[in-house]
Design a protein around this ligand. Sequence first.
Ligand SMILES: *Cc1c(COP(=O)(O)O)cnc(C)c1O
Length: 403
Amino acid sequence: MEENVINEMQKEAQNNGYFGIYGGQYIDEELKTEFNNIYSKFLELKNDESFQKELMDLLQHFSCRPTPVYFAKNLSEKSGCNIYLKREDLNHTGAHKINHCLGEALLAKKIGKKKVIAETGAGQHGVAMATAAALLGLECDIYMGEVDIQKAMPNVYRMKILGANIISVRHGQMTLKEAVDAAFEAYLNEYETALYAIGSVVGPHPFPSIVEYFQSVIGKESREQFINMTGGLPDCVIACVGGGSNSIGMFDGFIDDKEVKIYGVEPLGKGEKIGENAASLTYGREGVIHGFKCLLLQNEDNTVADAYSVASGLDYPGVGPKHCYLKDIGRVEYKTINDDEAIDAFYELSRTEGIIPALESSHAVAYGLKIAKENKGKKILISLSGRGDKDIEFVLKHYPREI
Ligand SMILES: *Cc1c(COP(=O)(O)O)cnc(C)c1O
């Protein structure tokens, strides 16, 4: 991609957070002022050496960064390609989410906030946020749908042990979308003392840009590690896309390398019909959700559709605005993987490499194995966004596989 396109993108990010026609701030004026204040403070801190150092220190010593790029030898031999995994699953708390949670919590602390407020679906973002808040001495309110609370009890226990306050949301579907609504509403009354710490590269400007910045460490490390290991760049880079944070963080490292093909993988769930999947970039139409514009899964009457995937970290009806833009300009190709293919990849990686992946990450692995078949000899780098410990009970119950 041309250098001027990249510059243009950066300019657009600063232009009230628009990426092409996507992003922006569809919120009331009072919050706009507050969010713009947060953004200028963030930009200041981003360029402040002591903030950088403190963040680096946390990532290194608390979360075990840099996470390795691992050459998956057995899988490579089996598939006829060279498959490399960026091991975000080895982060403390088991996924990439801690990268932006540490960033957001440190940001909150530096700008004088006492509390972080967050939403969570399956509890992964909630646990990472509660962890960062405990470490940095912040109060932590987590909004979670009652249905999700019942489904993800172990994560609820973790958050409680870490000292977070869980607020059950009991309207509508009682899942992630309502939890975000409730967290936003609460934030309106508390923004002077609290920071809203969103779980992905979604929401109104400046959240997509802030979360992207904190996740870009994935791509930055990966590019350097890959060159050190192989003497060159990968032929293609793959990551799963829920809200889009691990993927955008990975893609940022390679977006200027025109020769590297980039694939984002969305969940096709049970099928192509609206309601059966969570593939917003593939089946969505332009729309507004949670204060920003994106490709959005919608019913015929333009209401927000239910999103579904076997991987609960991927079932959001919207998607980060920059992904929508990258799709429009053709720099990233977005593909889909269904539930069954993801489960196959879950078992394949577990039994071939001894690594149990998160069901979310299994989507990226599944697509990697798919292109390996058609592109023998290529070097494929996959973002392994998280580990599968959280999924083992569910998989054995619903998708048991005897040896
Ligand atoms: C939450 C989650 C995702 C999806 O979120 P993104 O913002 O799209 O990265 C993917 N993988 C894991 C392991 C997760 O916990």
